[in-house]
Design a protein around this ligand. Sequence first.
Ligand code: SAM
Length: 391
Amino acid sequence: VAGNRGPATSAFRYEAALRKEAALVRGRPGDGIDLDAAAKDLLALQRGLTGDRKLIGERYMDERVRLSSYLLFYWPVSYAQARAMLRMAGIAPRSGAVRVLDLGSGPSPCGLAAADHLAGIAPGAPLGAVARASLVACDPSALALESAGRLAAAAGCDFAAVPGWDAAASAVLPDGPFDLIVLGHVVNELWSGEPDRIARRARLLDRCFELLAPDGALLLLEPALLSTGRDALALRDALVSAGRRVLAPCVRSGPCPALQAEGQTCHSDFAWEVPRAVRELSARTGLDKGLVKTTGFAFAAGRPAEDARFREAAQDRFRVVSDPMVNKAGRVRYLVCGERGRFPLSAKRGEGFPAERTFFSLKRSDLVRIASPAVRETGEALGPGTEIEKL
Ligand SMILES: C[S@@+](CC[C@H](N)C(=O)[O-])C[C@H]1O[C@@H](n2cnc3c(N)ncnc32)[C@H](O)[C@@H]1O
């Protein structure tokens, strides 16, 4: 999909600034980065965030060593996820000044991604281009917000910080309106383990929707783990049932079919040009970031009236929501999801159907129009008259 696999860039605009910031945070300004030490710290951080998750609920962003490895590794990953999701949602750059709110911002990769995106600045553009953007970042961690402030200044973006901000304590939200509100990998940390966590998270997001400009959008990114992914799908369903509209990745306006199937979740992934520090740390830690993955959603600001014509028009549009899967007979299946549900679309190489070439080039997160599929017992398939168009 042209929309979610954008052109490769020559260099990541924040690469040098992040290295400098990571060294500064570690208390070794100008000394450069000891990548072996950073790799060790990164593995401990990764375990705490996505492995045993013992760091959830802890003030890990206030620890210099952890923040430093976050800046080198997770910062570019979050930035890339946010940009890819905004592109996938079809959110176009704006011509005037833009306002972004980043909640649970940490050092604000998502906020700066949103500001760059709305200002039309490519991820490979040199830092310091005039951003026309202002960013408000809220987080409990003053240390992470200091880093965010220095990175924003390097990018030429106006910046205001709200340190000590605790979403779970119903903290006051800054005054709107905002063109984009981003919540990157924070919502899963709120009310974690509480039975009513989805309802409480939905109430927080409802408060955020009130702060959006009429043509604004809200971006929610969560880790693509089974537990955090399913919670994100449940949150999506709660918001959709209250009339919110998903801009991406869902084509479907009804409840999420993955959530109804036990043990299943859904995520988007995106190819990117892996920044140097991420590459170097991946090589040392084995953490694979060849693709960036997230269970994320972009929501529109408004609550459009239920429009049956929209659902009608979207009947033949689907998101590819799996990698290719091959069975023993050599048949390749993808799961696709749309208004008609989430089901396998399959084909076998060499059947000679006209859509074969497009079918075998599909990737997760592609948006496709499928016309005249053949119907099989286990789903749908390519037939002689099937057309697949990548949108
Ligand atoms: C995994 S980091 C994500 C940082 C950044 N948004 C990103 O996408 O890379 C989670 C962030 O949530 C913040 N956080 C955790 N609990 C919070 C709470 N109760 N209220 C606000 N922020 C919180 C942490 O301080 C941390 O910066």
